[in-house]
Design a binder for this molecule. Structure first.
Ligand code: NAI
Length: 475
């Protein structure tokens, strides 16, 4: 087993909490060798818009395991989130985020024990965004069948290995029927392969509300990237503090461990941050590396500290805590508790090296696709004269509907056009027609000849005779 890990101190509270965690790891004699890299704010400021220099990738890939403190993503359009870049580049498709309540010492829920399995590579985090016009911006939510299958299988396998009873799939499939609908559909397809595990689906709004008030009813949650991000902050906060939860980002070859929270610039440099989130991530890392004994020893010492009421400011509660500790005092308290008697809470330690799960994708997608039309987004005033021109523009591709901000404005007018561009949908005029990209190109040229401003075009396909695009609202 490789003993060398890459460590990034990060920004904001990053260096303080990483220092704390490395001290604890070193006292636990984990035998880990640490290779430190510099990423984040300093590198952004040196002119690398990605927040990382090329030579650092080589170190990360060589060591395979990265322990990372939070990074500040600079505001401004020129910068991409390095966290997302890591997850994508290293193919870390599964983000495992456990949140437990350490009742009665921290948190108000007795039996909260939730693991959020967050899809880590797709969704709005693909970061494909455009300014369509002066007024309108769009982001692309990318959801693939294979991506859904991988994460959903991972969640069920995780549940089985860890003797969990239930997997809750969370989406917004009532609104996002194609993207979130795909996630839900694949969940429903895969769930019967795991008859020993209860499977349920919830919409993200009610799931989040219930998670905040009734977290004990959840077990494993599998969800899309954005919802997983938001729900894991809720879960962590509900368990006692956003500073508590750790996470494992897992792929076939590489793994990255980080707290769920950010760089907390508001408390940086004050020695008051809670290192527990990063410490819990490091414990997950030790398990991943097969160092269960060390992981359990550190977890026990940390739990003992929690039980003694020795809490950092974010988890301090005058009725339950005995002392408010700084980051460095908390670190020493944990180290002091090594080899102390077992914590009352230690049963919460799951010894399975649960993050190494091999996934076999089995769902094949052999549907027959056919080009049947095109959506053309045009920046223009919407007028009856324009509609008349577009209706007789082409004999193969016929104007089918127009929508503005997703709402139908032609042939039925549900509301006047509000944005400065509309979506004009052209579909093949007859079912028996077989159209190609040349037909789309012909139509495109004719629209350009009308001196209209095309903002974007999206080809429309059917799959095994089911349309592969959403209807307009009101259509
Ligand atoms: P944040 O999680 O950094 O802070 C939110 C609130 O929680 C703040 O009041 C902060 O003081 C508190 N908090 C967070 N961690 C804490 C800890 N360990 N101990 C005590 N209190 C803690 O979220 P925010 O302010 O929205 O983001 C700040 C920066 O962090 C942004 O630049 C963001 O892009 C970045 N970020 C980085 C992440 C990562 O590296 N994985 C994840 C999330 C955000």
């Amino acid at each position: 087993m490789n003993n060398r890990i890459t460590v990034a101190y990060g920004d904001g509270i990053g260096p303080e909490i990483m220092e704390s965690v490395l001290q604890i790891l070193s006292h636990a004699k984990t035998g880990l060798e640490v290779e430190t890299i510099e990423i984040g704010e300093k590198i952004y400021n040196k002119g690398f818009s990605s927040g990382i220099s090329d030579d650092v990738w080589e170190v990360i890939k060589r060591n395979k395991v990265l322990l990372k403190a939070p990074i500040t993503t600079p505001l401004g359009k020129g910068y991409k989130s390095l966290n997302v870049t890591f997850r994508r580049t290293l193919e870390l498709f599964a983000n495992i985020r456990p949140s437990l309540s350490y009742y009665p010492f921290v948190g108000k829920f007795k039996n909260m024990d939730v693991v959020i399995v967050r899809e880590n590579e797709e969704d709005l985090y693909s970061g494909i965004e455009y300014r369509f016009t002066q007024n309108a911006n769009i982001a692309m939510k990318l959801i693939s069948t294979s991506g859904c299958e991988k994460i959903i299988r991972y969640a069920f396998e995780y549940a089985r290995i860890n003797k969990r009873n239930k997997v809750t799939c969370v989406t917004k499939s009532n609104i996002l029927k194609i993207t979130d609908g795909c996630f839900q559909e694949i969940f429903l397809k895969i769930a019967p392969e795991y008859p020993d595990i209860k499977a349920e689906h919830m919409l993200v709004d009610i799931a989040s509300a219930k998670l905040a008030n009734n977290p004990e009813n959840f077990d494993v949650i599998v969800t899309l990237n954005l919802y997983g991000d938001i729900m894991s902050d809720i879960a962590s906060e509900v368990s006692g503090s956003v500073g508590l939860a750790g996470s494992a980002n897992i792929g076939k070859e590489y793994a990255m461990f980080e707290a769920v929270h950010g760089s907390a610039p508001d408390i940086a440099g004050k020695d008051i941050a809670n290192p527990s989130g990063l410490l819990n991530s490091a414990i997950m890392m030790l398990k991943h590396l097969g160092k269960n004994h060390e992981a359990e020893m550190i977890y026990n010492a940390w739990l003992k500290t929690i039980e003694e009421g020795l809490h950092t400011a974010d988890m301090f509660n005058s009725e339950k805590s005995t002392k408010k500790l700084s980051t460095s005092e908390f670190t020493q308290a944990v180290i002091h508790n090594f080899n102390n008697k077992l914590s009352l809470l230690i049963s919460k330690f799951q010894s399975a090296t649960n993050e190494r799960i091999l996934i076999k994708e089995t769902l094949n997608n052999n549907e027959k696709s056919e080009l049947i039309g095109v959506d053309i987004f045009i920046k223009t005033q919407f007028t009856p004269e324009l509609i008349a021109k577009l209706q007789k523009l082409d004999d193969i591709l016929k104007l089918h509907m127009v929508s503005n901000r997703g709402l139908l404005i032609w042939p039925k007018v549900l509301r006047n056009a509000e944005l400065d561009f509309s979506r004009f949908r052209f579909l093949k005029a007859k079912k028996e027609y077989r159209i190609s990209q040349s037909n789309v190109l012909e139509l495109y040229k004719k629209i350009v000849e009308l001196d209209l401003d095309i903002v974007s075009i999206i080809n429309l396909f059917s799959y095994d005779d089911n349309i592969g695009f959403s209807l307009a609202q009101g259509e």
